[in-house]
Design a protein around this ligand. Structure first.
Ligand code: IPE
Ligand code: IPE
Ligand code: MG
Length: 249
């Protein structure tokens, strides 16, 4: 067994890990290859990290695969990514089922091409009774899009008289986010040495522990996940309180 894995305290794992899978393009460029080559290899990392998370008993894993801003990339890259998404889902859906993994998607699905939407819908349906790891793909997602959407829907309900303004609280807002069924991530990992959030779960990451690594996404494997988890387990999560309060409970 991996030495790092042995060191992990299995009773202090995050329930929800969120990852910004970054660095595919640079990884490929460094090898003299096209950016799509990097995305292609990034799928191997996805497979490994999903497997590693399931083995650890992590309940929720959110992977940022495509942001609303990524639509502005060169057309060939966007099309390449969509095709990769569809072929990957088609290939992996059986093994998701075998491993009791339930697929979810968050994001502006209306932006996706019809063939991608169809493939996704089928995979969501196919895995919906699974009770193990919840694998949440953030696709055509951005935190600002999500918040705007929530605000609009809340306003609509108020206008229709279904919701009272005075009754709106944080639970109401939470209910209108696309992550309403999931707990907030305790740990957010970003690969490839970039230190920013890039419009990822802006609301949900309020108290997440952030972990940054220089490793490019196509090189990120279970061992790297274990390193992140060990780092997480050395943090003191204070939630606004003092260290003394947290230690003595
Ligand atoms: C992350 O890798 C994957 C997506 C955003 C789809 P990038 O494609 O951003 O790779 P870099 O950051 O250019 O190296
Ligand atoms: C963030 O990566 C989005 C995903 C990983 C899907 P980007 O590579 O698009 O982020 P920026 O543009 O460098 O901030
Ligand atoms: Mg990038």
């Amino acid at each position: 067994m991996s030495l790092l894995l042995e060191k992990i305290d299995k009773k202090n794992l995050p329930r929800h890990i969120a990852i910004i899978m970054d660095g595919n393009g640079r990884w490929a460029k460094e090898k003299g290859e096209d950016r799509l080559f990097g995305h292609f290899h990034g799928v191997e990392s996805v497979r490994d990290i999903v497997e590693g998370s399931a083995e650890l008993g992590i309940e929720y894993l959110t992977l940022y695969a495509f942001s609303t801003e990524n639509w502005d990339r060169p057309e060939y890259e966007v099309i390449g990514l969509m095709e990769l998404l569809v072929s990957t889902i088609r290939k992996e859906v059986e093994s998701l089922n075998k491993n009791n993994i339930r697929l979810h998607v968050i994001g502006d699905m209306s932006m996706l091409p019809e063939y991608a939407k169809k493939e996704l819908d089928e995979a969501l349906e196919f895995t919906k009774s699974n009770t193990g790891l919840n694998l949440i793909m953030a696709l055509s997602y951005s935190g600002r899009w999500e918040l705007l959407n929530a605000v609009k829907n809340i306003a609509y309900e108020v206008k229709q008289g279904k919701l009272n303004v005075e009754a709106i609280d944080q639970n109401t807002l939470q209910h209108y986010l696309c992550t309403s069924e999931f707990p907030d991530p305790e740990l957010m990992i970003r690969t490839s040495g970039e230190y920013r959030i890039s419009n990822f779960l802006l609301y949900q990451l309020a108290y997440a522990e952030l972990y940054f690594t220089n490793v490019r996404w196509p090189d990120f494997r279970k061992e790297n996940l274990y390193e992140a988890l060990l780092d997480y387990q050395n943090r003191e999560r204070r939630f606004g309180k003092t260290s003394d309060q947290v230690v003595t409970g």
